[in-house]
Design a protein around this ligand. Sequence first.
Ligand SMILES: Nc1ncnc2c1ncn2[C@@H]1O[C@H](COP(=O)(O)OP(=O)(O)OP(=O)(O)O)[C@@H](O)[C@H]1O
Length: 488
Amino acid sequence: MSENPETTPAGGSLADRVTKPDESKPTDSSNVSAAPKEDGASAPAKGSADLEEPDYTVAVKLSDLQADPNNPLFSVKSFEDLGLDARILKGLSTMNFRKPSKVQERALPLLMSNPPKNLVGQSQSGTGKTAAFVLNILSRLDLSTEQLQMTPQALILAPTRELARQIVGVIQIMGQFLEGLVIGTAVPADSNARPSKMDCSVVVGTPGTVQDMIKKRIMNPTGLKVLVLDEADNMLDQQGLGDQCIRAKAMIPRTVQIVLFSATFPAHVYRYANKFAPAANEITLQHEELTVDGIKQLYMDCNTDEEKYQNLVQLYGLLTVGSSIIFVRTRASAVEIEKRMVAEGHTVASLTGGVEGSQRDAVIDSFRSGEAKVLITTNVLARGIDVSTVSLVVNYDIPEEYSSGQRTNTPDYQTYLHRIGRTGRFGRIGVAISFVSNRNEWEMLRKIQEHFQCVIDRIDTSDWDEVEDMIKKTIKNTRAQADFVKSN
Ligand SMILES: Nc1ncnc2c1ncn2[C@@H]1O[C@H](COP(=O)(O)OP(=O)(O)OP(=O)(O)O)[C@@H](O)[C@H]1O
């Protein structure tokens, strides 16, 4: 069992309802593009197909990547071919989604066929799994009466409040032309807030809060038709979350379509996933297929912990080229590094599970909007978070497996992959740098390369100008495979 030092606080009680401003009219586009800034994924505002990064050299267009059969974004069909409702197609077009990705093209027919079948779906980070499950849900909703609009028909569970809020943002935009669609967010409340009833068509939340709401009859589960677990391997495997998911599932109709998605499904969780979603259709990958070509993986030798810090400070100028996420092992070191860097005049923010409720929302929102460009965090944000401007990820500490609360010196392969996957989203280019300061970390890095059959190159820190040049050059190519393909 992989146990992260960070877990989502469970059992909060606030329902944060998001209701359409005017049910009779589709939300206007100014409202829509404002939404991701404060809440949802950053990409839908501009659309991944329509990068506006004028300073950067765009070497390969998204359409080229989507035409390459070896690319996870490849597809032969169009969204129209997938039989989606015209109002949903209109939502996709405002997001600038021109063609489905491979996982969308494969998953949607399996998800949308009748009678509904369960699905266990795997695809690389940043390849559009969210749209795959959201499109199925939107297609299955019956919003023909007010009562139906106010009764949850689909439930999406995610491991963190940040991811739940992000998914709400995606549904808001994708479903903006569906009259009567009401979305509820079920995440832990600030301590003084009162829960409001989940009178909505779709609920997105963290498992502890959802379970609590069903128990307290704040949420009525009897009309549910679809249950989605995003980051399903983590949800089923992580201490606490797994039990909460099972209890939530026991409270909802047995007839629901169960959909599990993740970039990773380690073997022991996969077997369990098949029990959770019986007789499911499956879309799976080999672990050598899991790394994303657009993410350039590097490492930096640091002799001591202090040298890790000094290298981070040296990198600061690069961290702010786009946006960056620094992953550390513990909440305490996130806070410590933040304090030290701020005291030295750098602008950084930190987000850990030690912070709660709306305070956490304020930090992630300022990171999404670009106000804060460097975010120091723990594994709490390793999964799912989609901020398209993130061009650099730093593993200040290499992610490690825990056993009975103790470190094991064994790399946490899944977390490594999810962490680096915060960059290089949907065909973009990103850089991931791991700091290595002792023999154990070196050994873990070696195992990671072996496991994923990938090469992690060393950065020579004897000449910082050169380091800067190399990283900048990589980051400035916004599309995956750009340089790698063209220069070879
Ligand atoms: N068909 C599409 N065309 C253009 N952009 C897309 C398409 N599908 C998804 N995207 C964009 O790609 C980005 C990544 O999508 P998403 O967050 O769903 O990835 P994911 O597979 O869930 O990744 P992770 O495993 O990290 O959670 C998002 O910004 C999304 O808006």
